[in-house]
Each structure stands twice: as structure tokens, then as C-alpha cells.
Design a protein around this ligand. Structure first.
Ligand code: SF4
Length: 372
């Protein structure tokens, strides 16, 4: 079988395959007369099997088989550039489609919802675009929905968000832990290596934003990835934070060696982890990390801890020289909102203790007294 013409290779798949000859000549006897003098011919079954090489029609064509040309992307609520939409955009551009946030008369509409409370915002899409195929995804809509491989591993279309000045991607997916409040284990499962940053980094940028949920869960890979980042003199951000409980002195030294363009984020979610948090901070200090200016710890509140435990964690982190940042699992009550106002503003945090914060209402002050 000789395939003489192929266009638009996508992750080992092809949008169009030209094959010559596409039929099996018969009746020539032992003497070869035509193309079969140069190469073997194809049987009908072999031609049918070639569908496995063609690209996924669910992605690049409307159902029914007609070519699509207009693809509208809807970014419902992303707080950072929407990586899935960037990949979908790259994929459709590779197929010569007209794709973007302002495409009219769409054949397909892709909408991404990150937060469940915004799920209703896509309800009207079918009304606005009755003739289009509506495809909705994102953690806030359906955590089981995944991009097909030929889209997932494509280099994102950075021109979709012209304001960004960094590359973005996951080098791992999943996590070694299973915290009750977190969607990652349900959505992504156990940690696995995903993509080397060289496959999504764009050389126009000198920064890279890693979206890994727990890259330290695979120490060897963390060093491989950060070796590449150092070799290429790229500034890095670990956007989802790092697991301080997995720190050792080698990792702490590496974190100091890297050029971070954003504050290094960790978390102290469970009060019982105090000893591990303290040790991790000590390792960072030994590595000469500027804790006060370069590190921050999320303090989960309003989930399964008391106000007293929340305040304790904030105070301890301050005592150890780093910055607490109060995260509210759901809308905070009065106490938690004031705790966040004090802890999350560095200039207030470092100027007074929570008890001295002069904006506290009487109710909060009375509760504080009961802690003693
Ligand atoms: S360690 Fe982080 S990513 Fe992993 S399950 Fe817990 S909160 Fe989620």
C-alpha cells in the first residue's frame, strides 16, 4: 500500500489521505501490467481500515459529515487564559477553520465553564445559535469531559489571548493525595506525567506558567522539568501551588535556584500538618529563601476547621516569617471575612496582630476573648 499524498498531519492522524492506487486490479495473470509493477495494490478492506489514520470527525466536522468553517469559542468564567480553548483554537486553525471569540454564524460553539456556579450561563447558547453544534466543557460543567488526544497534546494557540506574556500548560495531571474539598483526584486521578514543557512552551516568551496540581508528587520529573527551565533561562510560576509536605532540602535548594516571576504558593489546609509545614519552611529558610517577600501559604477556612484553628495557622505562619492567605471554601462568615482582611493584606498583617486590627466588630472581639 502506497500513500502518495497526505495533508495536515495531526498527532499521527490526517485530515485528508490520498491513496494511489485505491483498488485491487484483477485479471492480469502472472504478468504485471500497471501500477502493481511498482508497488502492491490495496484491497477494499485495507482502504476501509485507513479510517483509523484520519482525524477525529467529532472534532473537526459537524455531525452529518459536512465541513465546518466557523467555530465560536466562549470563555465563560476563566480567571486565567483558558488552556482548553487555546488548544481547540490551535486544532481548528490547523484545519483552516475560522475560529475565535468573535466568530459570527458559527457551525460549532465551544463553551468552557470553570466554576459550577456559572453553569447556567451556557443555558442560552442553543437559543442564540440554534443551527450550531454546542459543545460545553470545563470543571464547572462536567468533570468527566476530556479533550481528544489530538487536541489535548497540541501546542496552544497563544494568539487567542494576545495580552499574555507566558507559556502555559500541565507537565503532570492528577495528585498523590485525595483531599475531601478538592476536585483534582475525582477529575484527574492519581498523578501521571503529561507533557514536557518544551512541547507547549512558545519561544516568544521568557516565562512559563505551570498548572500542575502537585508536581512534587513526582520528584524525579520535577527535577527533569526544572532542569529544562533552568537550561533555557525561563522564569517560572507554579500556578496551583506546591506541596510543602513533600519538600526536602534538594527541592528547597532547587526552588531557590529557579527564577520565579510570581510569589511561591504553598498551603496549610489541615491543622494536624503543623510539624510538616514547619519543617518545610525551615528547609526553605536553610536554602536562603526570602520567605517574607517570596512565599505565601493558603489557609483553608470554612471547610472543617474552627475559627480558633484558622487564626492559629495564620499567626503561626506569620511567626515563621511567611505570609498566610485566607481561602474561604464557601462564603465566609463575619469572623472569617475579617480574618481574611487582616491576613491577606500584607501591610496590615505585618503591622499588627489580629486582636489589634482596629476594624474588628464587637462580635468578633468577643469571640476572640473566648479563645484565651
Ligand atoms: S494536595 Fe492539592 S491537588 Fe492534591 S488533592 Fe489535596 S488539594 Fe487537591
Amino acid at each position: 500500500m502506497i500513500i502518495v499524498g497526505m495533508v495536515l498531519k495531526m498527532s499521527n492522524k490526517y485530515k485528508t489521505i490520498y491513496a494511489d492506487p485505491p483498488w485491487n486490479e484483477r485479471g492480469a495473470g502472472k504478468i504485471k501490467r500497471g501500477a502493481d509493477r511498482d508497488y502492491e495494490l490495496m484491497k477494499t478492506e485495507e482502504i476501509i481500515d485507513m479510517k483509523d489514520f484520519s482525524s477525529d470527525k467529532n472534532i473537526n466536522r459537524k455531525s452529518g459529515g459536512s465541513e465546518i468553517s466557523n467555530v465560536l469559542l466562549v470563555d465563560v468564567d476563566s480567571k486565567i487564559p483558558n488552556l482548553a480553548l487555546m488548544k481547540i483554537s490551535a486544532y481548528h486553525k490547523d484545519h483552516n477553520d475560522n475560529v475565535g471569540f468573535h466568530v459570527s454564524d458559527p457551525d460549532i460553539v465551544y463553551a468552557s465553564v470553570v466554576f459550577t456556579e456559572n453553569e447556567h450561563r451556557v443555558d442560552g447558547l442553543k437559543f442564540w445559535y440554534p443551527d450550531a453544534e454546542i459543545r460545553i466543557g470545563g470543571s464547572g460543567y462536567d468533570i468527566s469531559k476530556k479533550l481528544p488526544n489530538e487536541v489535548e497534546y497540541i501546542k496552544p494557540d497563544y494568539s487567542l489571548y494576545p495580552e499574555i506574556d507566558y507559556s502555559i500548560g500541565f507537565t503532570t495531571r492528577g495528585c498523590i493525595r485525595s483531599c475531601d474539598f478538592c476536585v483534582v483526584p475525582k477529575k484527574e486521578g492519581k498523578i501521571c506525567r503529561w507533557q514536557h514543557p518544551k512541547n507547549f512552551h512558545d519561544e516568544q516568551f521568557d516565562k512559563i506558567k505551570l498548572l500542575d496540581n502537585n508536581i512534587l508528587g513526582d520528584k524525579e520529573w520535577f527535577f527533569e522539568v526544572t532542569d529544562w527551565i533552568l537550561d533555557n533561562e525561563i522564569k517560572v510560576e507554579f500556578n496551583q501551588g506546591l506541596d510543602i509536605r513533600l519538600l526536602d532540602q534538594d527541592i528547597a535548594n532547587r526552588l531557590v535556584e529557579l527564577n520565579h516571576y510570581k510569589t511561591l504558593k504553598f498551603a496549610w489546609d489541615h491543622p494536624e500538618d503543623e510539624e510538616q509545614i514547619k519543617q518545610g519552611i525551615e528547609q526553605l529558610r536553610r536554602a536562603d529563601m526570602d520567605l517574607r517577600n517570596k512565599t505565601q501559604f493558603y489557609v483553608l477556612t470554612n471547610f472543617d476547621t474552627t475559627h480558633k484553628e484558622d487564626l492559629y495557622r495564620c499567626r503561626k505562619l506569620k511567626e515563621w516569617g511567611t505570609n498566610p492567605f485566607v481561602m474561604m471554601f464557601k462564603d465566609g462568615d463575619e469572623f472569617t471575612r475579617h480574618l481574611a482582611r487582616w491576613a491577606n493584606r500584607k501591610w496590615i498583617l505585618w503591622s499588627c496582630d489580629f486582636t489589634e486590627y482596629d476594624k474588628l466588630p464587637l462580635k468578633v472581639r468577643l469571640e476572640l476573648k473566648s479563645f484565651d
